[in-house]
Write a new protein. Structure first.
Length: 186
């Protein structure tokens, strides 16, 4: 097998990550978290109740409710919808999501809507996930939106509240670089 030559990038070349970061950075810091603008916030019933309550307690509103998409996700049963949600805690969380969305003016794809589903499937299916966007959701699977050329972050509940209130996320810039994967053999 012959050795693959190293690829040299021109000094002006940037990775997709660097381009998306540069287009969304509000304040860049080298000594701590930077502040980036969030294009889309995906919300579901588990990590959002505390965030909405935090907004209420602080007397704050959602900064740009038209950029937020909500749907019940984790507590939706696999049984027919007409049976409802039997578990009282799960039912309460889904009902609270509907209440919070109505109060804060957020579009919710509810349980009886045929478009309802897993938030990370609903986003792309409904055109809420688009190339070049920054996306945040309170879930570790959020990074899957990177398959659509989006810069996506899974965040915790306090960050969910911060993004709802400011449309920005505090985050340290990840290292990026050109890596080369060489496979040798048959």
């Amino acid at each position: 097998m012959s050795k693959v030559p190293a690829v040299e990038r021109p000094a002006s070349a940037h990775s997709l990550f660097d381009k998306l970061w540069g287009r969304h950075v509000v304040e860049e810091r080298v000594d701590g978290p930077s502040l980036i603008y969030v294009d889309r916030h995906l919300v579901y019933e588990v990590t959002s109740p505390q965030a909405f309550e935090g907004l209420r307690l602080a007397g704050r509103s959602v900064w740009r409710p038209e950029t937020v998409l909500a749907t019940p996700d984790h507590n939706v049963p696999t049984t027919p919808r007409k049976l409802g949600i039997r578990d009282p805690l799960s039912r309460a969380q889904v009902e609270q999501l509907t209440y919070n969305c109505a109060e804060f003016g957020i579009h919710e794809i509810g349980m009886t809507d045929p478009r309802q589903g897993i938030i990370h499937v609903v986003g792309p299916e409904q055109g809420a996930t688009l190339p070049g966007m920054t996306i945040v959701a309170g879930d570790s699977h959020t990074s899957t939106h990177g398959a659509f050329a989006a810069l996506a972050f899974g965040v915790g509940t306090s960050d969910v509240e911060h993004v709802l209130a400011t449309q920005c996320l505090r985050v340290e810039k990840m290292r990026s670089g050109c890596g080369l994967l060489a496979l040798h053999g048959e």
